[in-house]
Write a protein that binds this ligand. Sequence first.
Ligand SMILES: NC(=O)c1ccc[n+]([C@@H]2O[C@H](COP(=O)([O-])OP(=O)(O)OC[C@H]3O[C@@H](n4cnc5c(N)ncnc54)[C@H](OP(=O)(O)O)[C@@H]3O)[C@@H](O)[C@H]2O)c1
Length: 244
Amino acid sequence: MNLHIVTGASRGLGAALAHFFAESGDDVVDISRNKSRFHDRIKHFSFDLASMDSKEDLVQKILRAYPIEDYHMITLTNNAGLIDPVMPIKKLDEPAILRNFAVNLTAPIALTAAFLKGTEKMKGIRIISNISSGVASDPIASWACYSAAKAGLKSFTMALAKDYASNDKVKIINFGPGLVDTEMQAHVREIASDDFPEVDIFKNYKNQNKLKSAEEVGAALGAYILKNPFENYTNVNINNLGLL
Ligand SMILES: NC(=O)c1ccc[n+]([C@@H]2O[C@H](COP(=O)([O-])OP(=O)(O)OC[C@H]3O[C@@H](n4cnc5c(N)ncnc54)[C@H](OP(=O)(O)O)[C@@H]3O)[C@@H](O)[C@H]2O)c1
C-alpha cells in the first residue's frame, strides 16, 4: 500500500487528487484548514500553512499515525496555493505579501524538508510533487506575488532534484496543471479590472470552456504519480503527461 500526503485537499485540484488516490485503495492525508469531502481513506490534518507553526511537528504527527514501515511508497504533493493579493504592486501591503509567500513557497520548502527527514529510513520510493503554474516562467500583471512565489517553487523543485540526483528512490515532479475549474479561477474572475486588467481574458477562458475539471487533472496527475515512469526528475504539464 502507498501513503499520499496532499496539501490543500479540502477542495479543487487537491481534493480531486486525494480522492483519486483514495479510490485507488491508498491511504491519504489532507493538510488544509477545512475538512474535505468525506472519504474513509482520507484523514484531515487541520493546519494553516500561512502560520509559523512547525511543519516538522506536523509531519512527525502524521508519520506517527502512518508509520513508514507500512508502505511501499510515500508521496508528498505540495498543492495548496493562494493567488491573493491580486493588485498592482504599488497597492500591495506587507502582511498579504508574506501570507502569499508563506503558503506558496515557504510551506512547501519546510514540508519537503520535514518529509525527507521523517521518511529517511524508508526503503521504498518517495515522491515529492510540486504544483507549479505557467506564471512561474511567464508572469501576469497584478499577480506579482503569486508569479514570483511559483517561480521560486519551480527553482526549489529543480534544486531538490539536484540534491537527490544520485538517489534512485527519491523522485521529484514539477507539475503544471493548466487551467483548472476551481474556486481559485472563480475568485480570479470576480476581481475588479482596476486591480486586474486581464480579468476579461479569464472570464473568456471560462465562457469558452477552456478550463479542465479538477477531477480530470487530479486523475491524470494521480495516475502519473502512481506510475512514476521517470528516474530522478520530471517537469510535466497536463498537456504532455501523455495520459489524457
Ligand atoms: N486552478 C487553476 O487554474 C490553476 C492553474 C495553475 C496552477 N494552479 C495551482 O494548483 C494548486 C491548486 O489550486 P486550486 O485551483 O485547486 O485552488 P483552490 O480551489 O483555491 O484550493 C486551494 C487549496 O489550498 C488550500 N489552502 C489555501 N491556503 C491555505 C492555508 N493557509 N493553509 C492550508 N491550506 C491552504 C485550501 O484549503 P483551505 O482553504 O481549506 O485551507 C484549498 O484546499 C495551487 O497550487 C494553484 O496555484 C491552479
